[in-house]
Structures are given as structure tokens and as C-alpha cells.
Design a protein around this ligand. Structure first.
Ligand code: NDP
Ligand code: 3PG
Length: 493
């Protein structure tokens, strides 16, 4: 099934329905973060090849957009079935390539199967509408708008390393259901898993040229792709830094961005502390904290802080650390640079007097889960996104202080509130400057048909199955202006 996507472990790219090699002869070796072993090589594509890919996507889009939506849905459903059949092989590649623990890798693939199926069904339900002019002063019933939903053209999908299958499919499938063609630039570390996914869509029967891939380092080829004149919409997930850069260098290109976060868990006096601690530990440490929605700080009322800190420390001490192919939660970070960055945040917190409860142990890029109590707002860890297994706990005097600190972040993805008082929960939820507030649960993106969005530096636009299809399509109004008639008036029964 995946034979044609590589040659001697050098992965090719999907172009016009064929797996092709780059003329650049410039390869990027993908080593496993687990042990540095080579997983494979990918190709650094040239600007000229990018031009060919984008114009192929432009010329192929009309045929796909014209296809009845039911036929598009059949192909998308088939890709879900093919992905499911090959889930074990793809989960294994994922684990090797990004060191995600095998259980989470499997669940990433199966969640993606479900996502694609739901998208195929939802796409069929998305309808236009008709409007009558007389709702607006000065207009009559003789003016009628037929509003349909149209594709936007070529969608550039750029995904991050931490969910190379799921966050790629969650752009590609809705873009395709909306009738667009797709140029897909996967994360370099994650490219191999992502190319498997592209093969799955191709094998399901997508017409040639409707989905094409571009591999190469974002820092080298990224700007060339995003500034391409024939890209009609950019759907990007990644760091706020790169997201901001994309906004700055593109002009008049609609974009959807899911960016970084610094999600806070606010724990009130009456919370069920065991439930809160359990959720906080899962939320902060799954995939070693390399999730945009990871809980990245705890704001706890002083009166219950000792107990909560003890519970969190106890649960963290039980987390298993090691090889992602074993039954562990904490695995090596994506690379040494990422581990150095997290270590810098840990060192800064220690220098400034935070209380280390557990952790601060390192073996190369494997960082043990680390918890700090008594973190103060002069410490970097109070504000910066670690994307690693470290959790700062900040003690607050009251709810107002918790809300102020939560909102002082440059990010605004999600927040959790733990309390048994629904009035307090709603009151605080309304004050928080984030896309989503979770009451009595960890922060998380799913279920995937819920809206997913960030405010401030956490993003723009909204994703989530129906929201994504809508965001990657546009309304078109055809307005009929009937001639006025004076022969009969009034309501016909
Ligand atoms: N809000 C959300 O939904 C999510 C947010 N994130 C955020 O993503 C970050 C971690 O992911 P990471 O992959 O490191 O993020 P990056 O921003 O480094 O990279 C994301 C993607 O952008 C590409 N890229 C880099 N530079 C450019 C450029 N100039 N033009 C076009 N594309 C470019 C990368 O390619 P290459 O790999 O080749 O550099 C990669 O495919 C964290 O900050 C995290 O919070 C992650 C997941 C979800
Ligand atoms: O990339 C991320 O980090 C995701 O969008 C978060 O998804 P999750 O909450 O399901 O882990």
C-alpha cells in the first residue's frame, strides 16, 4: 500500500496523483527523537517545484469543486476506511518519528478516522439559504437571494509536529469536503507520518492534483509557499511566532490560525481536589506537555493550595517515563533544542526561588516531569509556553487575582475552572479571555465537532468540523429581482 511513497527510504512527494522525487537532490534526514536512529529521508523541494505544485492544485480544483458533494463524501469516507485498515503501521511510524507514546499515537490515528468520517457526513449537511429582501427597510419581497456555499480554491495546509496525522487531516478533510484543492506542507519532523496520510487520501480515489504535498524546511521554503500568488487560503497550526510572521508577510490572503497557548487551571475552595489534581496532571503531562492545549499553569486559592500541591506531586510521581513504545506518559522531547528551552525555564524558576516539588532531572532530550510550587509572576515559567513536561503552580488570594493573572497572558486558547459552584464557574468563565472554558475538566480540543479557537496570540478563525468546512468555503449570493406586479396583491393560501 505504501510502497510507492518511497525509494530506498527516501520519501517522495505527491504531485498530480504521482509520487515524485525532487530535482534538488537535497535530502533532510529524519532521525527519531527516541534514539537518533534514522527513520527516513525527505526531500527539500525547490521553488520551481513549489510553483508547479501550486499551479497543479489551481488547475485541478474546478473538477473537484464541480463534483456532487455526495461523491466527494464517498471518497472522504473511503479514506477513513483505508486509514483505519493501516492504523497500526501509521501509529508505529508516528511513535518513531515524533516519540509520541504508542497508546497516544494509536488514539491519534483512530481519532483521525472518526474525524474524517464525521467530516464527510457533515459536509453533506452544509447548505446555503434563501433570503427575502423585505427584512431590511426599503426593500421588498421581490428581491430574493439564493445563497450557496462555494469553495475558495487552493488551500495551503501547514501543520505542526505534535499531531502530524490528526492536525493535518483536520485541515485536509474539511478543505476537500468544501470542494477545495489542497497544497499540504507537513512539519519536517512529522513529514513521514504525514506523507502516509497523503497516500491514504490518494488511495481513496481523489482525482489527480487535488491533494499535493511539499516537503522542506519551513525556515527555507516556507516564505516562498505562503507568499505564492495562487494560494487562496492559508490554514496554519503552529507557534505564535511563525503564525505572526505569516500574517506579516502575506497580504489579502484569508487565513485561519491555531497557535500557542498558556492554558490555566483555576482551582477554587470548593473544588473536588482529587478530581482537579487528576485532570491537571493528565492535562499538563500527556505527550510530555507538547500540546497547544496542555495545562501550562495552575492558579490555586491559598486556602487549599497545600492539599492540591500534594495531590499533584503524588500523581506526577506515578507517571511513567521512558521509551514511547512502552507503556509510558513521559517520552523524549522532539529535539535537544526543545529540551534546552524547557531546562532554561526550569533553571530560571529555581534561580528566582520557586519551590521544586518533583523533577528537574534530564537525560538528553528526555525531561522528567517537573512541578513547581510558589511560582511568582516575575518568573519566565509564569508566562512562557514550555511545550514540555513542567507545571508551575501560582498561589492566589482570591478569584479576582486568579482572573487577572489568567488574562494577563499574551495567549488566550483555553482555561479550566475546578469548582462545585456553577454560579462561580459561569461568572469566571465569562471573564476569561480565551476561546474555550472547561468546567471541571482539563483543557482539550475534542470532541472535534466542538468549536476550537484561540484569541489574542493563540489564533484567529475557528476550527472544528462544521466550523472548519465553513471557514474554508464562502457564501455566494445570486440575487433575483422580480418585476413588480400590480394585478394581484396579498397572501395566497
Ligand atoms: N493552537 C493549536 O491548535 C496548536 C498550536 N501548536 C503550537 O505549535 C507549536 C509547536 O509546533 P511546531 O511544529 O514547533 O511549530 P512551528 O511554528 O515551528 O511550525 C509549524 C509548521 O510551520 C512550518 N513553518 C515554519 N516556518 C514557516 C514559514 N516561514 N512559512 C511557512 N511555514 C513555516 C513548520 O515547518 P518545519 O517543521 O519545516 O519548520 C511546520 O510545518 C507550539 O507553539 C504549539 O503551541 C501546536 C499544535 C496545535
Ligand atoms: O496540537 C494540539 O496541541 C492540539 O490541537 C490539542 O489537541 P488535544 O487537546 O486533543 O491534545
Amino acid at each position: 500500500m505504501f510502497e510507492d511513497i518511497k525509494d530506498n527510504n527516501i520519501y517522495k512527494n505527491l504531485y498530480d496523483g504521482q509520487w515524485v522525487s525532487s530535482a534538488s537532490n537535497n535530502f533532510i534526514t529524519i532521525n527519531s527523537p527516541i534514539n537518533e536512529e534514522e527513520v527516513g529521508k525527505i526531500q527539500a523541494m525547490t521553488g520551481e517545484e513549489v510553483d508547479k505544485v501550486v499551479s497543479k492544485a489551481q488547475s485541478s480544483f474546478g473538477v473537484w469543486a464541480d463534483k456532487p458533494v455526495s461523491e466527494r463524501a464517498d471518497i472522504i469516507h473511503k479514506s477513513a476506511a483505508i486509514l483505519e485498515e493501516n492504523s497500526e503501521e501509521i501509529a508505529n511510524i508516528l511513535t518513531k518519528e515524533i516519540a509520541k507514546d504508542i497508546k497516544s499515537a494509536r488514539s491519534e490515528v483512530i481519532r483521525t478516522v472518526d474525524f474524517i468520517r464525521f467530516t464527510a457526513d457533515e459536509g453533506k449537511r452544509i447548505q446555503g439559504e434563501t433570503l427575502q429582501g423585505d427584512g431590511f427597510h426599503g426593500f421588498s419581497k421581490d428581491k430574493l437571494a439564493f445563497v450557496t456555499r462555494e469553495s475558495v480554491g487552493v488551500v495551503l495546509a501547514i501543520s505542526p509536529f505534535n499531531y502530524p496525522v490528526n492536525l493535518s487531516a483536520s485541515k485536509i478533510a474539511p478543505a476537500l469536503m468544501a470542494g477545495n484543492s489542497v497544497v499540504f506542507k507537513p512539519p519536517t519532523q512529522g513529514s513521514i507520518s504525514a506523507l502516509y496520510l497523503a497516500k491514504v487520501f490518494q488511495a481513496a480515489g481523489l482525482p489527480n492534483g487535488v491533494l499535493n504535498t511539499i516537503t522542506g524546511k519551513g525556515s527555507e521554503i516556507g516564505d516562498y509557499i505562503i507568499k505564492h500568488k495562487e494560494i487562496d487560503l492559508i490554514n496554519f497550526t503552529g507557534s505564535s511566532e511563525v503564525g505572526r510572521h505569516i500574517s506579516e508577510v502575506t497580504s489579502m490572503v484569508p487565513s485561519i490560525m491555531e497557535l500557542g497557548g498558556k492554558d490555566a487551571a483555576i482551582v477554587l475552595k470548593d473544588a473536588d481536589l482529587e478530581h482537579a489534581a487528576n485532570n491537571i496532571v493528565k492535562g499538563a503531562f500527556s505527550y510530555s506537555g507538547q500540546r497547544c492545549t496542555a495545562l501550562k499553569r495552575v492558579l490555586v486559592l491559598e486556602s487549599i493550595a497545600d492539599r492540591l500541591v500534594d495531590l499533584i506531586t503524588e500523581y506526577v510521581s506515578k507517571l511513567k517515563v521512558g521509551n514511547p513504545f512502552d507503556d509510558v506518559t513521559i517520552t523524549p522531547l522532539i529535539n535537544n533544542k526543545a529540551a534546552d528551552f524547557v531546562q532554561g525555564l526550569i533553571d530560571d524558576a529555581i534561580d528566582k526561588g520557586a519551590t521544586l516539588k518533583i523533577g528537574n532531572k534530564r537525560e538528553g532530550n528526555l525531561l522528567y516531569p517537573t512541578v513547581f510550587d510558589n511560582v511568582t509572576t516575575d518568573m519566565r515559567i509564569a508566562w512562557e509556553e514550555p511545550f514540555g513536561p513542567v507545571l508551575p503552580i501560582i498561589r492566589v488570594k482570591n478569584i479576582d487575582e486568579a482572573v487577572d493573572i489568567a488574562n494577563a497572558s499574551e495567549y488566550g486558547l483555553q482555561s479550566s475552572i475546578f469548582t462545585n459552584d456553577i454560579d462561580d464557574a459561569f461568572h469566571i468563565a465569562r471573564l476569561l479571555e480565551v476561546g474555550t472554558v472547561q468546567i471541571n475538566n482539563k483543557t482539550e480540543r475534542g470532541p472535534d465537532h466542538f468549536p476550537f479557537l484561540g484569541v489574542k496570540s493563540s489564533g484567529m478563525g475557528t476550527q472544528g468540523i462544521r466550523y472548519s468546512i465553513e471557514a474554508m468555503s464562502r457564501p455566494k449570493a445570486i440575487v433575483v429581482n422580480l418585476r413588480e406586479r400590480s394585478d394581484k396583491v396579498g397572501q395566497v393560501k
